[in-house]
Structures are given as C-alpha cells and as structure tokens.
Design a protein around this ligand. Structure first.
Ligand SMILES: Cc1cc2nc3c(=O)[nH]c(=O)nc-3n(C[C@H](O)[C@H](O)[C@H](O)COP(=O)(O)OP(=O)(O)OC[C@H]3O[C@@H](n4cnc5c(N)ncnc54)[C@H](O)[C@@H]3O)c2cc1C
Length: 388
C-alpha cells in the first residue's frame, strides 16, 4: 500500500509542502477548511525573501507569479527624530532583488493551479479537521466533511493550519507572548513613485513599513499599541493619510489614498519541542512572529521545503518515528530561533523610548550603514535563513 502524507491546512505553507512532495512522487491528502478559491481575492501583502523566490522557482511556481510580484531593490531603514539611517541594496549583495511583495491570494491560486497538474494528490475542500490523535503507529485526523465526521490515518500528519484551530493536541505545547500591539495593514498611493524601494521607519508609536506593491502603490504595515492603532483606525481617510504623513515623513511625498484597512493582534508564539509521534507542525502553526522584519512567512516556507526533503529521504516505514521527527526539528531549530529572536529584539529595541536607547538606535543604524560585512550577513540570513 502506498503511504500518504496527510496535511491539515492548504494555506501557502501547506500547499507548498504538498507541491514539493508531488515533485518527489509522494502521495498526499490535504484537508482545507475553506472552499476552493475563497482565498484568491485575499489582498494581504506577503513579503517574500529572495530565498523564498528560489524555493518557488524550484517548484515551478515562480514563473506564474513573476509578473504579479513587485521586486524590492533597496530597503531604507530610518528612525523618526534621528539622523541615523541605513540603506540595504540588492546590487551591493549580488542579488537581483532583496525580496518581493506578493498578494496572499495570487500565491495561493498559483500553488493550487500547480497542484492540479499532479495526480498523486487528493484535496478535500471545506474539510475542517476537528481533532488529531497521535498514536504509536500512526496519527489519526478526524474531520468534518459534507456534514459527516470522517477519519484518516497516516504515518505522517503535518499540521499547517496557521495556528488558528487545533490547540489541544497531546505532545504539543505552545508558548505565546502577546505584544499588546496591533498591525494595521492596507494599501496606500503616494505622490512619488516607489522606485522599488521598501521603507521601514521606526517611530515612537511603533515601526511603519511601506512595501512597494504594483506600479504605484505601497502596502502599509503600521504597528503600535492597540489603543493607538484603534485611534488611527477610527479616522476618516483624509485624517488617516494626514496622520500617516506626520508619522512617516516626506520620503514618498504626500499620501493620496488608502484602501480597506484591517488590523490584527501581534504575538510571538512558538512550540516547545514536539513529542507527539507521527506529527509535524509547520508554518504559522509552528511559529508566529512580529511582522517588523518580514520573516514569519519565509521561515514557514522553508519549514515546508525542508520537511519535503526530509520525508523524501526517509523510508516510508520510518515516517513519523522519533529519529525522523528529531532530525527535522534539529534541522529547523536554528532558523526558527534566529527569526524569533531577531524580530523580538527589533521590537524591544525600537519600542523602547528611553533617551539613551533612542540615541543608540540612531547610532546603530548609522553604523550598520557603514559596515558592509554586517549588512551582507544580515541580508544572507534574511534571504536564506540559517543556511545563508
Ligand atoms: C489577519 C492577518 C493578516 C496578515 N497580514 C500579513 C501581511 O500583511 N504581511 C505578511 O507578510 N504576513 C501577514 N500575515 C501573516 C501571514 O498571513 C502568515 O505568515 C502566512 O499566512 C502563514 O501561512 P500558513 O500557510 O502557515 O498559514 P495560513 O495562511 O493561516 O493558512 C492556514 C490554512 O489552514 C486552513 N485551516 C485552518 N484550520 C483548519 C482546520 N482545522 N482544518 C483544515 N484546514 C484548516 C485555513 O483555512 C488556511 O487555509 C497576516 C496574518 C493574519 C492572521
């Protein structure tokens, strides 16, 4: 009998794993709670590193996405009220781009379309997993499908549900730190063209990121304390744009229009080493990071790609055994930890209003701008994770 990997959650991370396994001829059953295509209009802007592009190229998906992605050729980092600033440029680090901005919907659609070309995959849409029961020989998933509770067992179940649904699984324990901050995301049009420059500006309220998205627009990620974000969220468009200009400064001229605004709470969350047999957790379900450095999604994509390599190099009879699970967790530990620590460090450094810390920040940005080896190291790690 052919062994089948069961993936719970067909978001970008789960679908990337499914595709990578299909390329290796490994059968997959994927359960996705949403209906097919319902995420295609999701305009959420994902920031992809150059390394994530390489993964999607290897899986044959990037060619479908290239024209929908906006390249980031430089990142301009600055602090409000300070002269310190740093500019990272792709050409200084022999990369075609530092990263890309792509909508969640476009990526999900391209992955789904790529999966259709394979016949070793069975996708159940509107199939919501309600329980995962890891046992010594396999793991059993119970799911709701067409108004019936059904079950599927596998030597390897992969949880990629974004961390939103299945909280109580034996052998999984999640550590969560709520920042008490929200992210406000939207699209804005500015007076000046973006020239493929992304801006990260640290303000007393919190970091504001503007990522070039499309011919003229930027995706905005404005983070701050929940009550402060709620206040800017409640403003009429004109007052909101004025406030944003006041916060961000003049680098892109005036802000002309803003799209639909959404907010979501920010947290740092990660798993203690998973002890459940026959179960692996990847993507946002495994770790959730503050969006300050655009790391979270890229770490999740590397989870999916590395797990596919691990599965392919393990005999199916050993899938989900301790040795395989430990080897996967060991392999991913450094990358995940680095992403979590780096983003948490930035959040703490840049949300500290003590004058000395503020001066230090300006100085650090100025020094970073002079120190090419430090910049190169940073770019490599942000692009390729712990293998950079
Ligand atoms: C509101 C919001 C806004 C965000 N905005 C940004 C942004 O602007 N920029 C950015 O870079 N990142 C953003 N992020 C983070 C980004 O969305 C994640 O990094 C990325 O989506 C992680 O991918 P994933 O596949 O791990 O999880 P998800 O994208 O969450 O996918 C999980 C999938 O699992 C399915 N699922 C869930 N439960 C079950 C179940 N029980 N059974 C079956 N299927 C299930 C879901 O329907 C979904 O399709 C945002 C996150 C949120 C929550």
């Amino acid at each position: 009998m052919t062994e089948t990997v069961v993936i719970v959650g067909g978001g970008p991370v789960g679908a990337t794993l499914a595709l990578a396994l299909q390329h290796k001829g490994i059968a997959v059953t994927m359960l996705e709670a949403r209906s097919k295509g319902s995420a295609y209009q999701d305009q959420r802007a994902l920031a992809l590193s150059y390394g994530s592009r390489v993964i999607l190229e290897k899986l044959g998906v990037w060619e479908k996405l290239d024209h929908q992605a906006t390249g980031i050729s430089s990142i301009h980092i600055s602090q409000r009220g300070s002269f310190g600033r740093s500019i990272l440029k792709a050409k200084d680090h022999d990369l075609p781009d530092l990263g890309y901005v792509l909508s969640y919907g476009a990526l999900t659609q391209a992955l789904d379309e790529a999966l259709v070309a394979f016949n070793g995959i069975n996708v159940f849409y509107e199939a919501e997993a309600t329980n995962i029961d890891p046992a010594s020989e396999n793991a059993r998933v119970t799911f709701n499908y067409q108004a019936n509770l059904q079950q599927v067992t596998s030597k390897l179940v992969v949880l990629a549900d974004g961390g939103r649904s299945l909280a109580d699984i034996p052998g999984i324990s999640r550590q969560t730190k709520m920042y008490g901050h929200d992210a406000l995301v939207s699209k804005v049009e500015c007076e000046l063209p973006h020239n493929n420059i992304a801006y990260e500006r640290f303000t007393p309220m919190g970091p504001v990121a503007l990522l070039p998205n499309g011919a003229r627009n930027f995706s905005l990620v404005w983070t701050g304390k929940q009550e402060e974000v709620a206040q800017v969220m409640s403003l009429e468009d004109d007052a909101f744009l004025h406030q944003l200009h006041h916060h961000f400064g003049d680098r892109v001229g005036r802000f002309l229009s803003v799209g639909k605004r959404l907010t979501f709470p920010l947290k740092l969350s990660y798993l203690s080493p998973v002890t459940a047999p026959h179960l692996v957790v990847i993507g946002n379900a495994a770790q959730t990071m503050h969006p300050v450095a655009g790391q979270g999604f890229n770490v999740g994509l590397r989870d999916a790609y590395e797990l596919a390599q691990q599965i392919a190099s393990t005999p199916p009879a050993d899938w989900g055994r301790d040795s395989m699970l430990q080897s996967y967790q060991e392999g991913r530990k450094k990358d995940t930890k680095r992403g979590l620590m780096f983003t948490d460090f930035l959040v703490n450094l840049f949300s500290n209003d003590i004058l000395a810390v503020s001066g230090l920040r300006g100085m650090s940005l100025g020094m970073l701008d002079l120190a090419k080896p430090i910049k190169s190291g940073l770019i490599r790690k942000m692009s390729f994770g712990s293998r950079g």
